[in-house]
Design a protein around this ligand. Structure first.
Ligand SMILES: C[S@@+](CC[C@H](N)C(=O)[O-])C[C@H]1O[C@@H](n2cnc3c(N)ncnc32)[C@H](O)[C@@H]1O
Length: 238
């Protein structure tokens, strides 16, 4: 059970695009050559621009509004589709990429990716995760989310993707890249509102206000410094 609705992002495009974290350069360097590349769940194109620099890219997403916003940043081509039903021929891509999206998919997505990849082709998946756990403002935020959204748990993206996808691909241990970003409180609030599981709360304004109050105490200059880890999983079709 997912803690939010996958189509929720369609009404969150502005906040999403303004406030979501990007990915560090070291992540793109770790991807290697992309060749003919399909990006799944490309959203507003936060990763797409860098992927297009490194390969011949087709972007896709189930949300047409999210996908349309990405076309401000790169020229496409862009295809509205679900990862579970890809409108592409067999054996046509060298790489399939997914940034912060695979947890939204269901099992047919793996079969579809295997089908469209060439032999030796790679599925590359990555996520940003905050590493602020243990800091009181972060723990209080997570406590509020768990209390207000029964489908949410703070570890819901801590999945062993090698166990999940080992049936389909050759696996490798994930690569971890640590970095941080500094965000003002206005953008931090927009980031909170851009999360599908925050949209499930009965009192979104109250949640955001309480989180900002905590942050003001720790970051009196209004600039939130937050550590992240980007976790990259690499799979190969044999
Ligand atoms: C958290 S966003 C990530 C967007 C972008 N990749 C990024 O890094 O910011 C998840 C995206 O996956 C899309 N999505 C959700 N379920 C999907 C599915 N089954 N197939 C394809 N896209 C999906 C959503 O519409 C949304 O744009």
């Amino acid at each position: 059970m997912r803690p939010g609705d996958p189509l929720a992002f369609e009404d969150l495009v502005e906040d999403y695009d303004a406030a979501r974290p990007s990915y560090p350069t070291a992540l793109y360097d770790a991807l290697g050559p992309l060749g003919e590349c399909l990006e799944l769940g490309a959203g507003t194109g936060i990763a797409s621009v860098e992927l297009a620099r490194r390969g011949s890219l087709i972007v896709s997403d189930l949300g047409p509004r999210m996908l349309a916003r990405g076309l401000d940043k790169h020229s496409g081509p862009a295809v509205v589709c679900r990862a579970e039903a890809l409108p592409f021929a067999d054996d046509v891509f060298d790489t399939v990429c997914g940034a912060q999206m695979w947890h939204w998919t269901s099992e047919p997505a793996a079969q579809e990716v295997v089908r469209v990849l060439r032999r030796g082709g790679r599925l590359l998946l990555w996520w940003n995760e905050s590493e602020a756990d243990g800091q009181p403002w972060w723990d209080a935020q997570q406590d509020r989310l768990e209390a207000g959204n029964p489908l949410y748990t703070r570890g819901y993206r801590e999945v062993d993707y090698n166990a999940q996808l080992g049936e389909w691909f050759t696996t490798a241990p994930p690569t971890l890249i640590r970095w941080s970003r500094t965000l003002d409180l206005e953008l931090y609030a927009r980031w909170l509102r851009s999360k599908s599981y925050v949209q499930k709360l009965a009192d979104i304004d109250g949640f955001v206000a309480a989180c900002l109050d905590d942050l003001r105490e720790v970051f009196p200059d209004g600039l939130v410094d937050e550590p992240f880890v980007t976790r990259l999983w690499r799979f190969e079709k044999t």
